[in-house]
Design a protein around this ligand. Structure first.
Ligand SMILES: *Cc1c(COP(=O)(O)O)cnc(C)c1O
Length: 396
């Protein structure tokens, strides 16, 4: 791997130089008022990125996976029923975590490549007249398949069924890159991490809780210590943490939030959509197909690209690393060897993306696939020329 090349994995993502520097700071006394000047802007900024007025934001030294654990352990008790669809590796892992915590998961098996089955959720919720289901899990963006799901539709399913279950959303690979509406979608817990849309090193779990989710902690009995939101809230009330906070990372998050909000969330989302569109044009020009089944579920942060039958897609990833010093994502779980993934989220420009597409082409040609060098790049170039990045025009 060459450190001069950008990475094209769907997290951790490329880090802008100024964010790296913001994380690299001298030791401060985290019990002094200086820490509050980092903590409170982070909580406030995350709330804005979630598009929420009142979400209770918690930032924990962990990763997205720890965010899931924070969500489950603070709101549920062993034996509680949870409804979840499995349509990729990340939804699978969340289900696995539920099971390891002794929760009773009703799993809706969903073909990998499809979005969450909101209509099926509604049917199950309607049938649950005793309201045994306590939580509905929804993976907003399945990073394994490059599939985005309609969270508003899941909320409508809950409402149509008149069901009081909480709605927990994994937004690890969507929040801060794709539109996410905590309040409008009636989300009860949103989970993300620092190393994807926030363009930081891994190390922070970032979660938002609704009032209803916070109230669930009063009766939830799953064991929790490190991830206990009540301890965390008590800390925050005193501008502190219940333990030693990861100050440098949080200083990075503060700057990341400033950068995102200065660019404007809608501009950030539009940039991701535009770059993703260029990638999809390239895939089309290569004569390949996405794992994502239909345009309504195409992700703007990651594309999982199917390779021809009998070809091992992982070879592209290995070859790209060995020969060109470039990182792409391998296929995971059910689609291992069948897809390779191009991550296109975080700190990325059209020009960086074109270099990734050019590299993917070299790899595919090297490995004998019937693809013309430059075909995908040209298709993306045409798209980027026709849809120039607004930010540069403004800056000029
Ligand atoms: C990356 C990712 C996770 C896991 O997050 P970690 O920070 O690696 O623990 C969970 N869900 C989705 C959708 C992801 O993309």
């Amino acid at each position: 791997m060459s450190f001069q090349n950008p990475v094209f994995i769907p997290g951790p993502t490329n880090m802008p130089e100024e964010l790296r520097k913001a994380c690299d700071m001298a030791t401060i006394d985290h019990r002094s008022p200086i820490f509050g000047k980092i903590l409170h802007p982070c909580l406030e900024g995350v709330r804005k990125v979630l598009k929420s007025d009142n979400a209770h934001v918690f930032i924990l030294p962990s990763t997205g996976t720890g965010g899931w654990e924070t969500a489950l352990t603070n709101t549920l008790s062993a034996g509680d029923k949870v409804l979840a669809a499995r349509n990729g590796m990340f939804s699978h892992r969340w289900i696995d975590m539920c099971q390891r915590h002794g929760l009773d998961v009703q799993i809706v098996e969903t073909p990998w490549g499809q979005g969450l089955p909101a209509a099926k959720y509604e049917e199950i919720l309607r049938a649950d007249t005793g309201h045994d289901i306590k939580v509905v899990l929804a993976t907003h963006n399945e990073t394994a398949t490059g599939v985005k799901s309609d969270i508003a539709a899941v909320r409508r399913a809950l409402d149509a069924a008149g069901h009081p279950a909480l709605l927990f959303v994994d937004g690890v690979s969507s929040i801060a890159s794709m539109d996410f509406q905590f309040d409008a979608w009636g989300v009860d817990i949103a989970v993300t991490g620092s190393q994807k849309g926030f363009m930081l090193p891994a190390g922070l779990a970032i979660v938002g809780f609704s009032d209803k989710a916070v109230a669930a902690a009063d009766t939830a009995t799953l064991p929790r210590t490190f991830f206990d939101i009540k301890d965390m809230q008590k800390g925050y009330d005193a501008s502190a943490f219940p333990y030693t906070p990861p100050v440098g990372l949080m200083n990075g998050l503060k700057l990341s939030l400033d950068m995102l909000l200065e660019e404007g969330l809608e501009n950030v989302f539009a940039r991701h959509a535009r770059i993703a569109n260029g990638v999809r044009r390239a895939v089309d020009a290569w004569g390949l197909e996405l794992c994502a089944a239909s345009p309504d579920v195409y992700s703007d942060t990651v594309s999982a690209i199917r390779t021809p039958e009998g070809f091992n897609a992982t070879d592209i990833v290995t070859h790209a690393a060995d020969t060109y010093g470039v990182a792409f994502g391998v296929g995971l779980g059910e689609v291992a060897g069948k897809v390779f993934r191009i991550g296109h989220l975080g700190s990325l420009t059209d020009v960086m993306m074109l270099s990734g597409l050019a590299t993917a082409e070299m790899c595919m040609v090297d490995l004998g696939l019937d693809i013309k060098l430059g075909s995908g790049v040209a298709a993306a170039q045409e798209f980027y020329r026709a849809n120039p990045a607004a930010a540069h025009k403004d800056a000029a």
